[in-house]
Design a protein around this ligand. Structure first.
Ligand code: CMP
Length: 138
């Protein structure tokens, strides 16, 4: 069994989609190990997305991710990282396979409803970010 980090973003929280998105995740066989509701400060959003430092969309991403509460969730399943990426669909909802979480709930490439770790290494770092020692202040 592997773990991955899933996050429901401010657009989906605002639209009251937490329950239906979690139902889709549980139906796909994921076990919820830990979960929070947290409003990120801009500096923490920037830290979370440090790999995107220098990208043209970073400022917009940081502003959006700190604009309202997010729901980070620690998930477990066999082949969790790839299975969750498949379940959420492409970053841009116009390219997301029908039936995927982004096809159903995302508005645009920026306001795209959810995030999922893109590798086992990112999963470890992102789970530590939200659920490790020191995460309580975020
Ligand atoms: P996420 O899976 O959270 O990882 C990085 C995020 O950057 C991505 O989802 C998008 O929400 C965001 N992103 C990527 N490309 C763009 C873009 N061109 N414009 C705005 N946001 C983007």
């Amino acid at each position: 069994m592997d773990e991955t980090l899933f996050m429901i973003k401010p657009d989906a929280v605002e639209k009251h989609r937490i329950g239906s998105i979690l139902a889709e995740v549980e139906r796909a066989g994921f076990e919820i190990l830990d979960m929070r509701l947290v409003r990120l400060r801009p500096r923490d959003a920037r830290l979370f997305y440090a790999v995107h430092e220098g990208k043209p969309f970073l400022e917009e991403l940081v502003q959006f991710m700190s604009s309202g509460p997010v729901v980070p969730i620690r998930l477990r399943r066999e082949k969790a990282v790839q299975a969750l990426r498949d379940l959420i669909g492409a970053t841009d909802p116009r390219e997301a396979r029908p039936g995927t979480i982004r096809a159903l709930h995302a508005e645009s490439k920026g306001r795209n409803a959810v995030h999922a770790s893109d590798s086992p290494e990112s999963a470890r770092a992102e789970i530590e970010f939200f659920f490790g020692d020191g995460a309580a202040r975020r």
